[in-house]
Structure formats: structure tokens, C-alpha cells
Design a protein. Structure first.
Ligand SMILES: *[C@@H]1O[C@H](CO)[C@@H](O)[C@H](O)[C@H]1NC(C)=O
Ligand SMILES: *[C@@H]1O[C@H](CO)[C@@H](O)[C@H](O)[C@H]1NC(C)=O
Ligand SMILES: *[C@@H]1O[C@H](CO)[C@@H](O)[C@H](O)[C@H]1NC(C)=O
Ligand SMILES: *[C@@H]1O[C@H](CO)[C@@H](O)[C@H](O)[C@H]1NC(C)=O
Ligand SMILES: *[C@@H]1O[C@H](CO)[C@@H](O)[C@H](O)[C@H]1NC(C)=O
Length: 400
């Protein structure tokens, strides 16, 4: 097998405007890469090239699922995470609190995890959350308006609100919508903080491509069931930010809620969020890409909302018109003395052979008109989502 080295420095140029800062105490929670030694998901036997190949295939399945044509036809119920992403956070659910390690996913909304008594669940390494053992848990009645926040729901025998999530790869999660207290270890305060009555999915039937360490998913999307939509009012602003450390990092970074975090004003760029169905996704406008100073323009009449930023996809996927321009520009920029591999290892599109290594472009083409800015290209940026001002801002950061 080959080893891969990456083009990590190709950045998307986004349109620039300004924003103002006003610090307050919010919520800050540790965020770690699943392949960090700090992570319970850490798999020391998996080397970087295995990981990248897996990640690349995940990105590709995500692209398929987000095929925008099928969205129009199939309604919003297909909106859920598939590749699940690489960044994990820890929450504590119920009273007494039960620790749940779950994936931070800006590409979906529902916060869900496997629950006991699990009728049809995948194996997980930790005990399931048992809602009946939590004194603060309440099932949500299906006539409640909150039940309708779900893309796909039904009324159970006890009039409970049942959710159904279908994933592009055939994975499914079925369960009951409940409310319970969710607590976080707030690194700002050095103590546990509690938020009562958070809407949560208790999954009793879950199938598909899940690892035994994946207890659930924490949706951070733009719709009402997401964590940010539910706790944003606690801080007076629906705002969150994160800074992704790379694969194998030996420290954790933070995901922060309700605070202004862009301190590196000099290198800050801010771009508007584009409101576009499905409202879960954070759509931006990719206008151009710069390669060694050469500007590559996206199709001029189609830039509004032509890309979404996603923590749950690893590699970026670029619509093929712009991808082909990018590929050509990179080949030109690298120069004739280096010849791209004629048969790059699947699923990559552009690789160069080095002594014993392949060096591959960490962006893949997609036939969809919507591109994805994946987490690989977000590493070492502080990225702040402001759902009230409807902006996303980027500043280079060491994620300290
Ligand atoms: C990575 O692991 C695979 C098998 O899992 C192996 O074939 C390959 O040689 C390893 N690569 C390196 C660079 O260790
Ligand atoms: C997108 O979905 C449409 C309709 O379901 C399908 O015809 C098309 O082949 C899909 N495109 C891709 C790239 O998967
Ligand atoms: C909360 O975080 C602090 C500092 O990182 C740690 O010492 C403590 O054990 C954590 N508490 C829990 C319940 O995990
Ligand atoms: C954008 O322009 C191209 C050709 O210039 C055309 O084929 C396409 O339909 C246009 N798209 C929209 C959304 O107007
Ligand atoms: C895009 O579509 C073309 C023609 O239908 C196909 O050959 C190619 O494999 C597709 N590319 C991707 C990335 O799906």
C-alpha cells in the first residue's frame, strides 16, 4: 500500500465582510479527532493511508446522499448524516448523568444515541442509555409541535413521537423523541453545566455502518432540533465555533457555544450563509479558488449557495467543472518535471508518485452542482457560525 501526503493548503476564497466582537461566558466543550490517542475511537492499528482511504470513501458516499436532485424528489427525510465525521464530543444525558460520546455533525440536526431496551441495535462498547433510569426524562407526545420538527415521524401506541431517519447508505435509526437534561463539562468554568428539557432521539432500532464506539450523533445543523438551535438562546446568541486539529493530534480542541471567538481579526474572513433547502445545511458561496496566484472562477451565474460547509464530511467534493480547472491548474503549477499517476489509487483523482509514496489531492470531483467543504480543508481554522447574523467566519488558528 502507498503512503499519502497531502495538498492541504488549497484554500477556498470566500467573499469578505466584517463583524464585531463582544465577549461573554458561554459553553466550551472538548472536541477530539476520532484518530487522536485521546479518543475512545482511537485505532492504533489503522495507519494514515488506511484512514485517508476510508475518509475518501465516506466523502463520496456523503456526496451521493446529498445529491440535490433527489432532495427535491424525496423531501427532507433523507437529511441525516452518513459519513458521520471525525470529530467527537462528550455529553452527559439524564439524571443521574450518563456519558455519551458522539459525533459533532453540522450536516444533520437530531441529537440521537442508542437506548435501552435496544430492540435492534448495533453493538456498542458502552452501556446503552436507559431513559427509564433517568428521573428527568419525558417522552414527547406526538401531538406536540416539536414532533413535527422531525423530517419523518409517526404516532406510537402510547401516543409517543417516533422518529425515523434514513441514511443514504441504507443505514437507519428509529426511536422515540424524548426530552431530558443534557450536561456538558464546560472548560470555561471547569465544571458541569446542565441544560434541562433538550429534545433527543432515543434510538431503539439502529442499523448500518456504525462502529461499536459510535454511541450517537450530535446534530449541529440549522434546523430547530439541532444542539445550537436548542441551547443558543441560553447565551443570547445562536453562535458556535470550532477549530479542528488534524489526524493523530495528541491534544483536544474545543467546540464553543454562545461566545465570540474570532480574536485573530487581521486574517478574518466572513461570508454570508445562503438560505436554501434543506435548511439543515450551511450553504456558502464559492466564487473562486486561487492556485499559485491564478484565479479559477466558479460558474458565475451559479455561485449563490453552491457549496456547503460540513463537519461530517472529511474530503472536500468539488463540482466537476471547477474541479477540472483546479486539477489543470495544479498540474501546471507543479510543472512538467512531475507527471501525475496515470492510475491514481481509488477514489483519488490526482496523485503524484514519490519514492514509495503517493501524494494525492484531498479534494474529489462530484457531478452534483453543490460542492462540499469537508473537515480536512477546515483543519487549523477557527470557524464560527452565526445563525442570527447568518454568517460563517474563518481565521487561521493553532486551535489552542
Ligand atoms: C497501512 O496498513 C495497511 C494494512 O492495513 C498496509 O497494507 C500498509 O502497508 C500500511 N502502510 C504503512 C505505510 O504502514
Ligand atoms: C442524482 O439523483 C438523480 C435522481 O435521483 C439521479 O438521476 C442522478 O443520477 C443522481 N446523480 C448522482 C451524481 O448521483
Ligand atoms: C471535567 O473536566 C475536568 C478538566 O478537564 C476534568 O478534570 C473532570 O474530570 C471532568 N469531569 C467529568 C465528569 O468528566
Ligand atoms: C448558467 O449558465 C450556463 C451557461 O452559461 C447555463 O447552461 C446554465 O443553465 C445557467 N444556470 C442558471 C442557474 O441560470
Ligand atoms: C460524472 O458523470 C460521468 C458521466 O455520466 C461519469 O463518467 C463520472 O464517473 C461521474 N463522476 C462522478 C465523480 O460521479
Amino acid at each position: 500500500m502507498n503512503r499519502f501526503v497531502y495538498f492541504a493548503t488549497i484554500l477556498f476564497q470566500l467573499s469578505i465582510s466584517s463583524s464585531s466582537a463582544k465577549p461573554n461566558v458561554g459553553l466550551s466543550v472538548n472536541l477530539f479527532h476520532r484518530n487522536s490517542p485521546l479518543s475512545p475511537y482511537y485505532n492504533p492499528s489503522m495507519n494514515h493511508s488506511d484512514y485517508i482511504i476510508n475518509a475518501a470513501f465516506h466523502s463520496i458516499s456523503r456526496v451521493k446522499r446529498f445529491n440535490s436532485t433527489s432532495f427535491q424528489n424525496k423531501a427532507a427525510q433523507t437529511i441525516a448524516t452518513e459519513s458521520k465525521g471525525d470529530y467527537l464530543m462528550e455529553i452527559f444525558v439524564g439524571t443521574p448523568p450518563k456519558k455519551v460520546i458522539a459525533i459533532a455533525d453540522t450536516g444533520s440536526d437530531l441529537i440521537w444515541f442508542q437506548c435501552s431496551p435496544c430492540k435492534d441495535c448495533y453493538f456498542q462498547n458502552y452501556p446503552y442509555f436507559d431513559p427509564t433510569k433517568s428521573s428527568t426524562h419525558h417522552p414527547v407526545p406526538c401531538e406536540e409541535v416539536t414532533c413535527e420538527y422531525l423530517d419523518s415521524y409517526s404516532c406510537g401506541r402510547a401516543k409517543e413521537c417516533n422518529y425515523f431517519m434514513e441514511y443514504g447508505d441504507g443505514s437507519t435509526s428509529r426511536g422515540t423523541l424524548i426530552t431530558d437534561t443534557v450536561s456538558f463539562n464546560n472548560t470555561y468554568l471547569g465544571r458541569i453545566v446542565k441544560y434541562p428539557s433538550i429534545l433527543l432521539g432515543c434510538g431503539y432500532h439502529n442499523k448500518g455502518l456504525f462502529s461499536p464506539n459510535e454511541e450517537g450523533i450530535i446534530g449541529l445543523g440549522g434546523d430547530p432540533l439541532s444542539l445550537i438551535s436548542q441551547i443558543g438562546h441560553q447565551f443570547g446568541k445562536r453562535k458556535f465555533s470550532y477549530c479542528f486539529l488534524p489526524y493523530g493530534s495528541e491534544r483536544s480542541s474545543q467546540i464553543k457555544f454562545g461566545v465570540d471567538t474570532q480574536t485573530n481579526r487581521r486574517n478574518l474572513v466572513t461570508t454570508p450563509l445562503v438560505r436554501k433547502f434543506p435548511y439543515t445545511l450551511y450553504y456558502l458561496s464559492l466564487e473562486r479558488i486561487s492556485v499559485s496566484g491564478k484565479m479559477l472562477m466558479a460558474k458565475a451565474n451559479e455561485t449563490q449557495g453552491n457549496i456547503f460547509i460540513d463537519s461530517g464530511t472529511v474530503l472536500s467534493a468539488l463540482e466537476s467543472y471547477l474541479f477540472n480547472k483546479l486539477k489543470t491548474a495544479i498540474i501546471e503549477s507543479i510543472g512538467k518535471e512531475h507527471v501525475p499517476e496515470r492510475y491514481p489509487p481509488r477514489p483519488f483523482n490526482l496523485c503524484y508518485r514519490r519514492i514509495g509514496n503517493s501524494m494525492c489531492l484531498m479534494i474529489v470531483p462530484t457531478n452534483d452542482t453543490v460542492s462540499i467543504l469537508g473537515s480536512y480543508q477546515q483543519v487549523y481554522f477557527n470557524i464560527e457560525y452565526d445563525l442570527d447574523k447568518r454568517t460563517v467566519s474563518f481565521a487561521p488558528s493553532n486551535c489552542k
